[in-house]
Design a protein around this ligand. Structure first.
Ligand SMILES: Nc1nc2c(ncn2[C@@H]2O[C@H](COP(=O)(O)OP(=O)(O)OP(=O)(O)O)[C@@H](O)[C@H]2O)c(=O)[nH]1
Ligand SMILES: [Mg+2]
Length: 337
């Protein structure tokens, strides 16, 4: 069970630019004074928390972050340019640790919070700044201060945005396997899934949400039947529930029956769960028996004003529409917060 998203990165800030040794050389000014400028500052490595990101996935593929060196100082008292900082954007809630010691360096708990993970070195002084009344022609300058380098471990407690609910065997784990990197066991018997699994679902160009697959519910779960309802606490803080129904079941009565049973169990566990937005979908539409029963079921739900999406977690048919609907429901839920 992996509830933590993590990435280890290497950061190095920029070195300071070198100070310059230079003397004024002008016609008719035979002994010009020192005019070597200071070096510029190296770039910082800045880690910034943003609500626009919700996983550390990008950083797992992009582990090296190196800022540029400050420009060297030049003659005529020209100071070298400071290098740009390098920004690393992480989700709000990311904890930054020293990868070697495990020490917590920063807890970026709010949108916009920043942590300077490595300070750019300051530039060296040019010879002009060493001139004094008694030492008018210094022939030396400083090197810039080197940048800092370190390995950091970033950790993010994943909170599921969306929880999958439904009877055992409806294809919850098959679905999460299809749409994310999570690979819970899938098998043709109830209660295959015994612990929750989280998966990151990417969609569009740079969007993602976190999906939780939990053990199936059955009638009486709130009284301890089957796996009980203890796992519902893992979806208590989700914003949207994805309700999967399987109408190919041997003991099929109607999709509405299954829908009601599951909702009754949710309600008796916690009324705030049943108040959550649900995206309702019928799985296994690749099976002829499902196809046969599908239209009537969709119509029945439509009469109650509930849109039901048909899909197949095995063939992928309709999955894109399902992801779309979940993403839209999430967006609404977040807007209403
Ligand atoms: N034909 C067909 N079979 C599917 C589909 N999705 C899942 N299955 C099958 O249904 C069975 C149950 O799938 P799981 O994904 O393990 O179901 P689950 O809801 O996670 O089950 P529990 O973990 O026991 O609650 C497996 O044999 C799957 O191969 C589908 O779209 N079409
Ligand atoms: Mg499962």
């Amino acid at each position: 069970m992996k509830f933590i998203d993590e990435a280890t990165i290497y950061v190095k800030s920029g070195d300071g630019g070198k100070g310059c040794v230079s003397f004024r050389r002008e016609k008719y000014v035979p002994r010009g004074g020192p005019d070597g400028g200071n070096g510029g500052k190296g770039g910082d490595i800045v880690i910034r928390a943003s609500n626009s990101h919700n996983t550390l996935l990008d950083l797992r593929y992009n582990q090296h972050h190196v800022a540029k060196r400050g420009s060297h100082g030049q003659g005529s008292n020209r100071t070298g340019k400071d290098a740009d900082d390098v920004q690393i954007v992480v989700p709000v809630g990311t904890v930054v640790k020293d990868a070697e010691t495990g020490e917590v360096l920063a807890d970026l708990a709010a949108d916009g919070a920043v942590f300077i993970a490595a300070h750019g070195g300051i530039g060296g002084r040019g010879n002009a700044s060493f001139a004094t009344a008694t030492h008018q022609t210094p022939r030396f300058a400083q090197d810039g201060i080197p940048g800092e380098e370190r390995h950091l471990k970033l950790e993010l407690k994943l909170l599921a945005d969306v929880g999958i609910i439904g009877f055992p065997n409806v294809g919850k784990s098959t679905f999460i396997s299809h749409v994310s990197a999570a690979k819970p066991k899938v098998a043709d018997y109830p209660f295959t899934t015994l612990t929750p699994h989280l998966g990151v679902v990417r969609y569009g160009r740079d969007h993602a949400f976190v999906l939780a697959d939990i053990p199936g519910l059955i009638e009486g779960a709130s009284h301890g039947m089957g796996m009980g309802t203890q796992f519902l606490r893992h979806v208590e803080r989700t914003k949207v529930l994805f309700h999967i129904i399987d109408i190919s079941r041997a003991d099929y009565e109607s999709a509405e029956h299954d829908y009601e049973v599951i909702n009754a169990e949710l309600a008796s566990f916690n009324s705030s769960l049943s108040a959550k937005t649900q995206v309702v979908a019928i799985n296994k539409v690749d099976l002829p028996v499902t196809r046969e029963r599908l239209k009537k079921e969709i119509d029945n739900f439509a009469q109650r004003g509930i849109k039901v999406l048909p899909f197949s977690a095995v063939t992928g048919e309709g999955v894109e529409q399902v992801i779309h609907a979940i993403a839209a429901a999430l967006k609404d839920a977040k807007a209403n917060e």
